[in-house]
Structure formats: structure tokens, C-alpha cells
Design a protein around this ligand. Structure first.
Ligand code: ATP
Ligand code: MG
Length: 580
């Protein structure tokens, strides 16, 4: 490819709406252009990268025994009603009507469609297990599309779905997919961590995410991990053990139950300072709205609630903190008049209360009195409505690893893929069954496995860049190399550059020759910005028989003969593309 013909417009500046590196560079280097919020054109360079990621995914999924198909992007409401998701899937689901007023949606994911396909074609245990996948654009009307391709509204995903006859077979396929995922991300030049993650309100199910670890804003997930063992989990699922703490109010002289004045003391810090106690003897009460219903979450004063855990414990699919008005209404319903800061579980008989494990141990503790400017001290569980104790606590760094007891660390991660044991979540309600050995109809035991193709490409930029631009891993770079004649008017330089270019092409290397009559500085800048893994510069030293060979990843520069440079590129590329 000639640079003069390559469809690419690099920009001088970063786009003003870009906050993270991948978004900045992919726009500046001419890979993508925004069409509308969260929707991008993938220009030729980007499309080459995406196809390479897709092909790695495809090869590894095929190698793992999965079969590719392609489902429609537009889906009918009826199937979503069968699964029960039409009602509960929130506003991320882009709903529309056709000319006959039939309701449809743009596919955000394809569980319903694939389950219907399976139900139609997989009738006997003899046909199972099966794993079917597709690579396709998805649409989700994300609340906050941002970070370019990392969180778009339209994006490309690989989604796979497995159908088995037993939990044991599902687990086998799950492990098979985990291995395939590791190979995929390794081949894309992306180190990932496989971490435990939340799998929604369905009890007993298992899921893991593949995270690209980063210390930048692009990492939207907190990942807790242990250096001493293999424990790693998304914050929405991470658990920890706590070091011992003072949890009996008697240690602070609060052995007697009474109501005390706490004028204007709305925060835990205020109350602790005022009463000279540790927050570990305070039982904090927080009001949330779970699927429109209020719930009260109880947790020890020094700890925070993890909202996904609370949502699951409430059996809800949506959770948010209650407004002042909603709190007022809830208190009235229970016969009280108190604002946030003075709420407690005593006498709250008309609301679901979910208590964190941390409050179970408390004795002679402090709660809000359900009366403004007052708290109750010396409280014990026998005075309170019965509650269920569960884990709704946000893990914090420094707390102890649940597996080995060493302090946990925290970092941030970009989720590039996930694997999920669904069980019969879709097959049961959709009556998707096969005939088992015993002649009985049984629902498939399903798994689903996603990879964000466009997010993976962007994550690769987050993991490989410098001040000048992108440093693509060879396996997914749009082109492997660029040949840069310093002066297009110099006959010898042009001749050698063309020879080098032809030799690389003949060896199957994807190469660009920068034939533009531009200053060398401009050419080098563009080469670095676009991120060609190798650059062969043909300049003045060709008079001594040498070219300059530059490796983008390390920045190393070396003078050598054109033939040696050609050989280097070929051998490096071949080595990088090996995939055994
Ligand atoms: P997230 O928590 O980041 O919203 P998710 O759990 O909703 O992800 P899945 O529904 O499991 O994601 O989708 C599978 C994969 O698709 C994710 O692992 C991610 O790589 C990718 N993905 C999900 N949402 C987006 C998006 N808005 N833009 C780009 N890629 C996405
Ligand atoms: Mg999402």
C-alpha cells in the first residue's frame, strides 16, 4: 500500500471529547470517526485491526470446537417475552416498531434467539454438547457511552452459547472456553487476569471476567487480587476477611440501652467523635430503592455497601440510593418522622431489611433512633426485627484474602471478555428442551461466553502506547511495517525503498511505503502515531549501503543493510504470528 493512497487522515490535535488514551489516539491517527454518540465509523485502518482480532477469536473458537453462525441484528419482542426479559431489561434495550406496529429490538445480546435456535434443532441428548457463536455488531443504549470504542452504544462482540446435558459437561465447556480466552488474549498481545465476578441474582451460578489491568481511567472495574495466591475478583463479587475489631459497645461504656441526643450529627464521624466510640460499634442504616421498592441496608459504621451485592440480595435488577422524599415516605409508612442520618432498624416493620455479616457480631451497639437528632445506644439484636445476614460489603484493599489470609491489593481493569454458567436461566422459561437417555424432556444446561472485539482492540491501545502514538502488537497491527524514503526526489533512496517494499510484499508482509513528498519529520510522526511495529528508513546512509531499522515497541534503532532489515521484519513477523 502506498501512503499517498492509504485512506487515512491524521489530526494535529486530540479530539476534545476524548478522555482516555485509546480514544485519543484512534481518532488522532485516523482509525475511527464518531458518527453520533457512542457510534463510530471504523475506517480502513481500524477495520484491518478489528478483522485481525476477529480472526484470532474465530481461529481459537473453532479450535476449541465451537461452530460459527450469524443471527439477525433485529429481534422480535415475542422471544424476549418468553424469557421474561422484555419487561425487565432496562433502557439499554433499544426498542422499535415496524410499519405493522410489531415491536422489535436491536440485539444487545442473543440468548433468546440462540435458545430458540437450539430448541428447534437440538432435540436429542445425542446431539449435545454444542457450542455456537457469532461475531456481530450489538447495540446497547448505554447511559454513559464514553471512552471511544471501550464503551460504545454500537460495538462488535463475539458471543458464544453452549448447550449441555449436565452441570458437569457445562463446567468442562466453561474451562475449555477459559483456556481459549487465554490463548485469544495472549495472541492479541494483551495480558489479562481472569477474575471472579458477579453473576446476577441467580443463585449458585458462576462467572469470570477477563480483565486488562491498567492504572488509568479506562479501567472501569476495581479488581481485588492477592499476590500470595491466585485469588482475583471484581469488586462487585470480591470478599475478604476483616482483622479483629472492637465490636462490643461495652468497651466504650455503652452497656445500657438508652436514647441519647445527637444534635445535627449526621455522619458516622460526627457521632463517633461526639460519643467517643469507634465506628465499629455503630450499625449504619442506609435506604435504597431496589426495583422501585425501598430496602434498608445495615452495615458496620466503618464499612461501605457494595450495591451490586445488595441488589442481588434484594433479588432485584436495579438499585439506587433513596431520595430524601422517598426516605420521608418510608418513615411515615412505619410511623416515624426522621431524616437520613437518624434512621435505624428498630420498629421498622414495613420494609425489607438486609443486614451485612459485619453487624451480626455487634453487641451493645449504636443505631439511629428514627427520631431526628437522636440515636440509640446499648442496642442488641433481641430488640430488633429479625433480619437475614448476608455479604453486601464493599471489599477494601488491605483486608484479608479469603483464600490465604494475606492482605488484598486493588487495581483497575478493562473487562474484555467474560464467561458465564447460565444453567437453565433461559432454557426453562423458554421451554427449550431435549430428550434425555431416560426418555424425559429436560431443559439444556447453558453457558454463555462474550468477548468485546472492538473493546479488545481499544484495550490493546491502552496497553501499548507512548507519547507519540500507538505501539500495536504485531498480531493485530493494521500493517506490519512501513518503508520511509527520506527524500522522494533522491533516485537511489527511492530505488532501494521500492526494492525493500517489493521484497516485503513478496514475503507476505503487510507493508506501506511512504511515497508522499513530505518532510521526514512529518513522515516519522505519522508512522509513530499510526503505530507500525517496524520502520525501515532509507536516507542518506544508503550511500554507504545502509538503512535504518526501527522497532516501534522498544524504540531501538539500528543501521544495517536493506537485506538484513528485510530479513528482520520477516522473521519478527513470522515469529509473532505463530500460534501453536
Ligand atoms: P460492562 O460491565 O463493561 O458493561 P457487560 O457485562 O455488560 O460489560 P457483556 O454483556 O457480558 O458485558 O458483553 C460481553 C463483552 O462485550 C464484554 O466483556 C465487553 O468486552 C463487551 N462490551 C460490553 N458492553 C460494551 C460496550 N458498551 N462497548 C464495547 N464493548 C462492550
Ligand atoms: Mg454492560
Amino acid at each position: 500500500m502506498k501512503m499517498s493512497k492509504l485512506f487515512v487522515q491524521t489530526l494535529r490535535e486530540f479530539p476534545s471529547d476524548a478522555e482516555v488514551v485509546s480514544h485519543k489516539f484512534l481518532v488522532k491517527a485516523g482509525y475511527i470517526r464518531k458518527l453520533t454518540s457512542g457510534v463510530y465509523n471504523y475506517l480502513p485502518l481500524m477495520w484491518k485491526v478489528l478483522k485481525k482480532v476477529e480472526n484470532i477469536v474465530r481461529e481459537e473458537m473453532d479450535r476449541a470446537g465451537a461452530q460459527e453462525l450469524l443471527m439477525p441484528f433485529v429481534q422480535p419482542k415475542e422471544l424476549w417475552e418468553e424469557s421474561g426479559r422484555w419487561e425487565v431489561y432496562g433502557r439499554e434495550l433499544m426498542r422499535l416498531k415496524d410499519r405493522h406496529d410489531r415491536e422489535m429490538c436491536l440485539g444487545p445480546t442473543h440468548e433468546e434467539i440462540i435458545t430458540a435456535i437450539a430448541r428447534d434443532g437440538l432435540k436429542s441428548y445425542k446431539q449435545l454438547p454444542v457450542n455456537l457463536y457469532q461475531i456481530q455488531s450489538k447495540f446497547r443504549d448505554e447511559v454513559r457511552p464514553r471512552f471511544g470504542l471501550l464503551r460504545g452504544r454500537e460495538f462488535i462482540m463475539k458471543d458464544a452459547y453452549s448447550f449441555s446435558t449436565s452441570q458437569e459437561d457445562l463446567e468442562k465447556e466453561y474451562d475449555n472456553m477459559a483456556r481459549a480466552y487465554k490463548r485469544i488474549f495472549d495472541r492479541c498481545g494483551l495480558p489479562t487476569k481472569m477474575v471472579q465476578s458477579d453473576s446476577g441474582a441467580i443463585g449458585g451460578s458462576v462467572s469470570h471476567e477477563f480483565m486488562v489491568i491498567t492504572d488509568t481511567d479506562a479501567g472501569e472495574n476495581d479488581v481485588f487480587y492477592c499476590d500470595d495466591c491466585d485469588y482475583a475478583a471484581n469488586s462487585n463479587h470480591a470478599v475478604s476477611n476483616l482483622p479483629p475489631a472492637k465490636t462490643d459497645g461495652a468497651e466504650f461504656g455503652m452497656n445500657e440501652y438508652k436514647v441519647v441526643d445527637t444534635p445535627d450529627m449526621k455522619t458516622i464521624d460526627d457521632i463517633c467523635a461526639f460519643l467517643s466510640i469507634d465506628p465499629t460499634v455503630v450499625c449504619k442504616s442506609l435506604v435504597y430503592i431496589a426495583d422501585k421498592e425501598p430496602v434498608i441496608a445495615l452495615i458496620r459504621g466503618d464499612k461501605q455497601v457494595e450495591e451490586t451485592k445488595l441488589m442481588n440480595a434484594a433479588g432485584a435488577i436495579d438499585i439506587r440510593i433513596a431520595t430524601a422524599e422517598e426516605i420521608e415516605e418510608l418513615m411515615m409508612k412505619n410511623g416515624f418522622d426522621a431524616k437520613a442520618g437518624f434512621i435505624g432498624p428498630m420498629g421498622m416493620n414495613n420494609v425489607k431489611i438486609i443486614a451485612d455479616n459485619t453487624v451480626k457480631e455487634l453487641k451493645n451497639f449504636v443505631i439511629g433512633a428514627n427520631e431526628n437528632d437522636k440515636h440509640k445506644v446499648g442496642v442488641n439484636w433481641d430488640m430488633l426485627p429479625e433480619v437475614k445476614f448476608v455479604d453486601i460489603r464493599l471489599t477494601e484493599a488491605g483486608e484479608l484474602c479469603p483464600q490465604c489470609g494475606k492482605p488484598l491489593k486493588v487495581t483497575r481493569g478493562i473487562e474484555v471478555g467474560n464467561i458465564f454458567q447460565l444453567g437453565t436461566k433461559y432454557s426453562k422459561p423458554m421451554n427449550a428442551v431435549y430428550m434425555d437417555v431416560d426418555g424425559k424432556a429436560k431443559p439444556y444446561i447453558m453457558g454463555c461466553y462474550g468477548i468485546g472485539i472492538s473493546r479488545t482492540a481499544a484495550a490493546a491501545v491502552e496497553a501499548h502506547y507512548d507519547d507519540w502514538g500507538i505501539k500495536w502488537p504485531i498480531s493485530i497491527a493494521p500493517y506490519h511495517a512501513i518503508v520511509v524514503p527520506v527524500s522522494c526526489n533522491d533516485e537511489l533512496q527511492m530505488k532501494v525503498a521500492n526494492e525493500v517494499y517489493e521484497k516485503l510484499l513478496a514475503a507476505g508482509i503487510e507493508v506501506v511505503i511512504d511515497d508522499r513528498d513530505e518532510r521526514p519529520g512529518v513522515k516519522f510522526k505519522d508512522a509513530d502515531l499510526i503505530g507500525f511495529p517496524f520502520r525501515i528508513t532509507v536516507g542518506k546512509s544508503i550511500q554507504n549501503g545502509n538503512v535504518e531499522f526501527v522497532i516501534r515497541e522498544t524504540g531501538s534503532k539500528e543501521e544495517m543493510t536493506p537485506d538484513k532489515a528485510v530479513e528482520y521484519v520477516i522473521s519478527h513477523v513470522r515469529e509473532a504470528l505463530q500460534n501453536n
